[in-house]
Design a protein around this ligand. Sequence first.
Ligand code: YNC
Ligand code: MG
Length: 394
Amino acid sequence: RYAFWETQPVVQFDGAGDAQEDGPIDKPKTVGDVRQEPYPLPDSFEWCEADVCDAAQVREVYELLSLNYVEDDDAMFRFNYSREFLQWALQPPGFRRDWHVGVRVKASRKLVAFISAIPATVVAAGKSLPMVEINFLCVHKKLRSKRLAPVMIKEITRRVNLCDIWQAAYTAGVVLPMPVAVCRYWHRSLNPKKLIEIGFSSLAPRMTMARTIKLYKLPPTPATAGLRPMRPSDSPAVAALLNSYLARFKVAQHFTADEVEHWLSPREMVVDCYVVEAPSSGSASTSGQITDVVSFYTLPSSVLGHPEHKELRAAYMFYTVPGSVPLPQLLQDAMVLAASKGYDVFNALDLMENQAVLKDLKFGVGDGTLQYYLYNWRVRGVPFGAPDVGLILL
Ligand code: YNC
Ligand code: MG
């Protein structure tokens, strides 16, 4: 039973409406129909906006998340998004500060909960829609199971609806009504010794540490000739390449050149992006034809209660388009670059074309699944398979 989710415009598990056309689940509304006042919070709490440009405020969000956000099932690791990462993740083109919603304790001013929305164009089964992506929903551990999350979800929905946006995409490790797709994380050891020491992985039967280290050893430099960091001036060419690639998936994001510049221009310890540029006779200041893109983002986890190791340094595969180079080589090059920068593990979902190549690249499947959801949009034929997904949320 889902006391809250059964009241929301999402596809329910009972299968009602299976035969209907793709489209909104709620009856059409206008901005004028939207409630003007914020939803009420329990008496001792109040809403706030988090200005993540402000060093003190982004630190508050950082601290809330670093102590209370997503952990693995055994509570050994907890995501530790950096402040620079949060500033990047929350401020793409068209972001709104009133979509960075916090809850404070009135008396102490302490930030105890957070939820965010950012604008994005999402294409679902051929229909392109202005949506938001919801992320970083977090309630302080001491305030769990008090039904604060449903109020926060209703409040952010209200604020998004006031901007005439009626659909959203989100992912979660929990199963809710009703996934449009289910993906799995795969993990590729870069520093197997540390991963075994912190209990992230274990020594395989009949394997020694020395043999394990040798098994995962990568070449010192990428194999792809001409692979170079993406530059902001590549954004229009990368956007064209990326959008034409993403068009083959049933659920995908669509990017403007400005969005590509934001999401893929390299940022130290936040996002790395490399491109292959076809040799051209043009001048050096303008980019020629971009044929391939590979990117990853940086999301460390805190190692909980380990005497020696405090942090697991993880790279997560981000938008990647194979062109002149096959996907396995591009991915391997990304891993080579990540290994040389000191990451411990390279993670990838089994979405897009990854499923077919992960095993050969020595990835192992993780436990748990990542569910993809759409709010107020029905799509026939769901759940889609992971290879139908061309959307990566942070
Ligand atoms: C979750 N992750 O089922 P029912 S992912 C959505 N996403 O409702 P309470 C969730 N709903 O079953 P707690 C959820 N987890 O009665 C739980 N729920 O229908 C549902 N964890 O609320 C749950 N971050 O406040 C139940 O639970 C109801 O105190 C119970 O708070 C939940 O960011 C939470 O995993 C997750 O901080 C905040 O456990 C808390 O437990 C926590 O009593 C650790 O809530 C961190 C964590 C979630 C990461 C994420 C995506 C969130 C998507 C939210 C949905 C957006 C809908 C679209 C809105 C815009 C629409 C437009 C236009
Ligand atoms: Mg609660």
